[in-house]
Design a protein around this ligand. Structure first.
Ligand code: ZN
Length: 311
């Protein structure tokens, strides 16, 4: 219990410092800080030479408008650094490293970029930090070359910061992105976010979607349907039907798991979780690692039907 008490305090502090988080599964950086003396002492040791694989990727960095060549394992470390703090539990870091490596190969194999393998856009590929810490490199080295496969190919190992109630099943085409239970993430401050909009700014957010906002604003929002994972699937809005993810993106919500209520000036929305809800929830992975689960048990929970393979 003592460990959870420490985690609560530190994680709540870090979550309070998080910037605004969008709706992509990888958009939110899981900047979490967990007390873990074993990890801290290991991070300070001399034995911190990063493992570098021999699979080279070309990665486009938007801000600098450059394409860099990165060894796969170096890429994984930098991408891991973008979404997890170095003092996260080691098994959670390792699980995320395998998920990142797998998704990188999946995306590279899809060849959606004509001139390079991957971009650093969190809405398309995966975010990539400029540097990584020893703990990131260690998680990469400890899982070197390991990926999750389904049908003999790299799986589409999406992940997200925080989940409401459960993860979201992706659909029949990707059965390993099934609905999975999550731990109680409600004590993470970043789990719950409240938004308020006056009625005019609310209406303006949906320009171009065919919504007609007239009359009593309390009648603008009609029926809401939900996904299997308890997220908003469709919402009747100003006489049109809007998808939950579009609604969330237009308002800049953290996820499409939300409630909405009318106020004296407009609307208040309370959003739960952060990200798409597909695949592994990093907040739950942190808790599962703190419980003593290893990275393979965590991955098996969030990506059932996949197998650990060498790439
Ligand atoms: Zn991309």
């Amino acid at each position: 219990m003592k460990q959870y008490g420490i985690m609560f305090f530190v994680l709540a502090l870090w979550c309070a410092l998080l910037p605004a988080i969008g709706v992509s599964p990888s958009e939110a950086a899981a900047y979490t800080e967990v007390s873990n003396s074993e990890e801290m002492s290991a991070a300070e040791s001399e034995n911190s030479v990063p493992y570098l694989g021999d699979t080279e990727l070309t990665v486009y960095f938007k801000e600098s408008n450059t394409v860099k060549r990165l060894e796969l394992e170096e890429y994984v470390a930098l991408a891991l650094s973008a979404v997890m703090a170095p003092d996260s539990p080691a098994e959670a870091l390792k699980a995320q490293a395998i998920a990142i490596r797998t998704l990188a190969l999946y995306a590279a194999n899809e060849a959606t970029h004509p001139d390079y393998d991957l971009c650093d856009n969190h809405l398309h590929c995966q975010p990539v930090a400029e540097k990584a810490e020893d703990a990131h490199y260690r998680a990469v080295a400890d899982t070197a070359g390991e990926i999750l496969t389904y049908g003999g190919k790299a799986a589409y190992t999406l992940s997200h910061l925080s989940s409401c109630l459960s993860t979201e099943p992706y659909g029949e085409e990707l059965p390993y992105l099934a609905k999975a239970a999550v731990r109680d993430e409600s004590f993470f401050e970043c789990y719950r976010t409240e938004y308020s909009f006056d009625k005019d700014s609310f209406a303006a957010a949906f320009n171009g979607l065919g919504c007609v906002f007239t009359g009593d604003y309390e009648s603008w929002i009609g029926d809401i349907s939900f996904t299997e994972g308890s997220r908003v699937e469709l919402i009747e809005l100003g006489g049109s039907t809007v998808k939950g993810d579009v609604f969330a993106a237009r308002l800049g919500l953290d996820s499409r798991c939300f409630t909405v209520s009318a106020t004296s000036r407009g609307f208040t929305l309370v959003c739960y979780g952060s990200g798409s809800g597909y695949g592994m929830s990093r907040c739950s992975a942190l808790l599962m690692a703190a419980e003593g689960m290893d990275c393979y048990e965590i991955l098996e929970h969030f990506y059932p039907l996949t197998e650990i393979s060498g790439c």
